[in-house]
Design a protein around this ligand. Structure first.
Ligand code: ADP
Length: 176
């Protein structure tokens, strides 16, 4: 197979990532503007294993990635053991807490559970390269960006994509 042909066979990260057109938006957390209650509502209304953290809803600049499990455990622990943590407490992933009114409850600081360097590819990365990276680095998920966060690809998304390709194009040797 010539490299050129191989390229023609390959889809791009943007074709495999979620959300697909028409899907609900990517579920993201903001770095210092959501309350404990808002984070709990978002996490509990989905089944996703993790959530990208962005600067703000407006900017969508990627700050890191947090696992669902770590979020739930940390919030649960803080509510039980940390003085003053209530639904209205701000969840803060940044190093420094934003200024708050004096009567505000203490913030919940969660920078410790944030993966600050989640793996990312751009929307135009060919899927054969993305699959290779998943294999070689043993990734569970990877974020897709284009001047800011666009979507997410999980290992299962890739397996589904590979199954589709092999059904559609049994002669393709790309993903053997
Ligand atoms: P898996 O793919 O192993 O089931 P998840 O439960 O995390 O892992 O993801 C389920 C589906 O939702 C996947 O197609 C994935 O791309 C997508 N997804 C994962 N995280 C998010 C998120 N934060 N927001 C929107 N979609 C997501």
């Amino acid at each position: 197979l010539e490299p050129k042909e191989e390229f023609e066979h390959s889809s791009l990260a943007v074709d495999v990532m979620r959300p697909r057109r028409g899907d609900p938006a990517l579920a993201v957390l903001t770095q210092d503007s959501m309350t404990v209650g808002e984070v709990e509502t978002l996490v509990e209304s989905t089944h996703y294993s993790g959530f990208p953290v962005v600067i703000s809803q407006e900017s969508q600049r990627l700050v890191g990635f947090v696992l669902r499990r770590d979020l739930l455990i940390s919030i649960d622990n803080a509510r039980k053991r940390q003085d003053g943590i209530v639904s209205a407490s701000l969840v803060v992933f940044t190093e420094h807490c934003p200024a708050q009114p004096p009567e505000a409850p203490p913030p919940l600081r969660l920078r410790g559970i944030l993966d600050l360097s989640p793996f990312t590819v751009t929307d135009h990365t060919p899927m054969d390269i993305t699959v290779d990276i998943f294999r070689k680095l043993g990734l569970r998920q990877c974020l897709v960006t284009h001047n800011g966060l666009l979507g997410i690809i999980t290992k299962k998304d890739i397996l589904k994509h590979m199954a589709q390709i092999s059904n559609r194009d049994p002669d393709s040797i790309l993903f053997n």
